[in-house]
Design a protein around this ligand. Structure first.
Ligand code: HEC
Ligand code: HEC
Length: 314
């Protein structure tokens, strides 16, 4: 028995060592937001390239009365396609029925709880391959489901996975306006969209970030699963998220926002556009994030500047 346990333990150790040795650094965009990962197969590249066009496409097929915009890039545009945005469409206030009541910048007051800030999508393939859900509240289990939902609810474009909203009650059976292949290509585009280009680390601020508890949720490093598609498999990446939801004092737990590239996507920050600067975004941390916000408020001027410089360089 003891021998068996020892054997199992050593086998585990060997497997673990092999797996650990296999983990490589992730690829980041070489210099420009919006680049694709460099090491794609010809098929992956062809699929992602077609997907990128569909992301930019103006969809006339959608149900015009029942959509928020006519392209993905209408909202995901800053600083490049795939990013966030502050266009009229990107900041919308919706009522309980999901109808738009106000659009534009600056956003409607966040107390209403209805403002949705667009999240940037650079590096989302690594996030997918590290686990955790999608959307502000992490409720959608996988990227493809979310993309189908975005087509249906944002653009009014039905697919075989999800029907767009229709004016009729009961709704008519819908006809897919995007093919399964094109839907897969859009998923491939997002999956292989490189993480933001890196800049020189502001090391002094990292210490402050760790000391006051930011890293508890904004975990500096994650590793992707070993069964992810080849270019994303077994990669160590620094998105600064734990891919989990936290009670932030609002109505529902919120997915920890990745912080890579954060300086280039806003303002505003936070899913409800609560913060119009990085410092203001930190002050918006309530619930489980309250202690970190308090610690931030108690920092001395120099430490606070160092922390903000660290965030701006992520
Ligand atoms: C009207 C604005 C708007 C349009 C158009 C739009 N999005 Fe988004 N998108 C958002 C917002 C706001 C979020 C934030 C998350 C949420 O709403 O739950 C988001 C989030 C996402 C996410 C999840 C990000 C994450 O970190 O979990 C994906 C993937 C995505 N969008 C893809 C798309 C695709 C593909 C299209 C085109 C079919 C599209 N979006 C069109 C506003 C938009
Ligand atoms: C309890 C977990 C937790 C802790 C601790 C925490 N955060 Fe966050 N942080 C989050 C969550 C969750 C979000 C997303 C909130 C939202 O979208 O409304 C977020 C969002 C942010 C954002 C906005 C990102 C964006 O794209 O909108 C910044 C900046 C940020 N955090 C910085 C920090 C800093 C700096 C600290 C330490 C002082 C910190 N956070 C501590 C959970 C945490």
């Amino acid at each position: 028995m003891r021998l068996l346990a020892a054997l199992t333990a050593s086998v585990c150790l060997i497997v673990w060592a092999a797996a650990a040795a296999d983990v490589r650094e992730a690829n980041y965009a070489a210099g420009y937001f919006g680049e694709l990962l460099p090491d794609l197969t010809p098929d992956q590249l062809a699929s992602a390239t077609n997907g990128s066009k569909l992301f930019l496409k103006r969809w006339t097929e959608g149900n015009g009365n029942r959509r928020n915009a006519d392209s993905c890039v209408a909202c995901h545009s800053v600083p490049m396609p795939g990013g966030s945005g502050m266009s009229a469409q990107a900041l919308v206030a919706v009522d309980a029925k999901g109808e738009i009541v106000q659009t534009g910048f600056p956003a409607p007051p966040h107390e209403s709880g209805t403002v949705r800030r667009t999240r940037a999508l650079f590096g989302i393939g690594y996030l997918e391959a590290a686990g955790g859900g999608f959307g502000a509240f992490g409720k959608d289990p996988d990227l493809k489901t979310f993309v189908a939902k975005a087509f249906a609810t944002e653009l009014g474009v039905s697919s075989s996975l999800q029907c767009a909203r229709s004016g009729e009650t009961p709704p008519q059976t819908c006809v897919a306006a995007i093919s399964d292949k094109d839907l897969d290509d859009v998923v491939a585009y997002l999956r292989f969209l490189a993480p933001p280009p890196r800049s020189k680390e502001a090391a002094e601020g990292r210490k402050v970030f760790e000391t006051i508890g930011c890293a508890k949720c904004h975990a500096p490093v994650l590793t992707t699963r070993s069964d992810a598609p080849a270019p994303l498999r077994g990669r160590r990446f620094a998105a600064h998220t734990d891919r989990k939801t936290h009670d932030m004092g609002g109505r529902a737990p919120v997915m920890t926002a990745p912080l890579w590239g954060v300086q280039s996507f806003g303002p505003p920050y936070m899913h409800d556009a609560c913060g119009y600067s990085l410092a203001a975004a930190i002050k918006c941390h309530r619930g489980e994030g309250q202690a970190a916000a308090d610690a931030f408020n108690a920092l001395m001027e120099g430490e606070r500047e160092a922390l903000l410089a660290f965030l701006r360089a992520l």
